[in-house]
Design a protein around this ligand. Structure first.
Ligand code: NAI
Ligand code: MG
Length: 371
């Protein structure tokens, strides 16, 4: 398979961890006979410094001519005080999501078994690790409601600041397309899907529940679907997370639940994400930022970046076997006691604390070992 990948490493630790991500993709290409054609481009603060904009035309052009975007992280203190539209996150990440209509945000909450003791829940609740995928609707709901009712005249009281109003609006096609992404993901995993809403109170949630139910029944009857209210889902995530496999939910609920889910895993340097369009085109990035405090020290954990590469292979190119191979190689490195500084604790053996580049090498090493 031959694919073009836009490589946007960004700022801070971005370039360091991206180097390891590409190292692993190169190893996959070699092992499985693929050609990945990388086109690097500047994004974020470094792009602002060179072109005066965090998402210059040159970079958009590279993205337009690619099959997927592999993204590092952007931002840092140097660019914090720019006008909002020129800051790395507002000026680059949000426009990228908008331009490519990346309406589906996939955020796994994973704990590899060997790291269960580093997580924030009691380790018996996480025995054998944790593997949840949250599919969050990213371009609708209450965060975007205002745009859809622009034509309605707000009541005078709101305009005078006497009260404030937000609209949670969902249309059938918006719910159907996110249900489709969630079903697709569930089919690639364990055919188990939990839809989270507040259908006992909200009209938009009643519609959500009906559309998800109809969609699953008519397209994927083999998927085991259950529904949960969002307040209960939060409690269940915090007490018994292993009951979940794929969770699908609207924008705001997904924002809150995915932060909760990543907090219980205890390590920001391990968690990847994907933002997908209907076409399968997507942007793949670690959930963490540019970590300016450790940039340039070769000690950042590259595993979230490497796992984002695994998601890219799976969701953008359908390369499930290759994606799995990366996850297994990481598992082997962790099982053998290798850690980056952020994962190390008192029990970490001497000599097993690796630098960024050494962890990348280690993953490649285990990738090459036939088990
Ligand atoms: P951050 O995620 O960059 O860092 C938070 C803490 O986690 C720091 O102590 C950092 O050293 C550590 N950390 C993060 N990733 C790590 C890794 N891979 N290995 C080891 N330790 C790691 O969040 P923070 O400090 O709030 O933001 C820093 C900059 O990143 C800001 O400019 C922010 O706007 C930007 N940012 C960018 C994002 C993106 O590109 N999507 C997302 C979040 C923040
Ligand atoms: Mg959030």
């Amino acid at each position: 398979m031959k694919k073009r990948i836009a490589v946007l490493a960004g700022d801070g630790i971005g370039p360091e961890i991206m180097k390891e991500g590409l190292k692993v993709l190169d190893a996959i290409a070699k092992q499985f006979n693929h050609i990945f054609d990388y086109k690097e481009a500047l994004v974020g603060g470094c792009a602002y410094d060179k072109y005066g904009h965090p998402l210059p035309d040159e970079t958009k052009e590279v993205c337009n001519n690619s099959d997927a975007i592999y993204f590092g992280a952007v931002g840092g203190p140097k660019w914090e005080n720019l006008p909002p539209e020129l800051t790395p996150e507002r000026g680059a990440l949000l426009p990228l999501r908008g331009t490519y209509n990346l309406f589906a945000n996939l955020r796994p909450a994973i704990i590899f078994g060997p790291l269960a003791d580093a997580a924030s829940l009691k380790s018996e609740r996480l025995e054998g690790g944790l593997d949840i995928l949250i599919v969050r609707e990213l371009t609708g709901g209450i965060y975007f409601g205002r745009n859809k009712v622009k034509t309605l005249t707000l009541h005078e009281g709101a305009l005078q600041g006497n009260y404030a109003v937000d609209y949670m609006i969902y249309s059938v096609p918006e719910i159907e397309r996110i249900a489709a992404v969630a079903c697709d993901a569930a089919m690639k995993r364990n055919k188990k899907l939990t839809s989270v809403d507040k259908a006992n109170v909200l009209e938009s949630s009643k519609l959500w529940r009906k559309v998800v139910t109809d969609y699953v029944q008519s397209h994927f009857p083999q998927i085991q679907l259950n529904h949960m209210y969002v307040d209960n889902a939060a409690m269940q995530l915090a007490t018994n997370p292993k009951q979940f496999d794929v969770i699908v939910t609207e924008n705001m609920f997904g924002d809150i639940l995915s932060d909760l889910a990543s907090a219980i895993t205890g390590s920001i340097g391990m968690l990847p994400s994907a933002s997908l369009a209907k076409t399968g085109f997507g942007l793949f990035e670690p959930i963490h930022g540019s970590a300016p405090d450790i940039a340039g020290l070769n000690k950042a954990n590259p595993l979230a970046q490497i796992l984002s590469g695994a998601m890219l292979l799976k969701y953008a190119f359908g390369l499930n076997r290759e994606s799995k191979a990366i996850e297994e190689a990481i598992m082997k490195a962790l099982e053998n006691g290798y850690r980056t500084a952020d994962l190390a604790n008192k029990t970490t053996q001497e000599g097993k604390i690796l630098l960024t580049s050494q962890m990348g090498d280690k993953v490649v090493e285990y990738l090459m070992v036939k088990s």
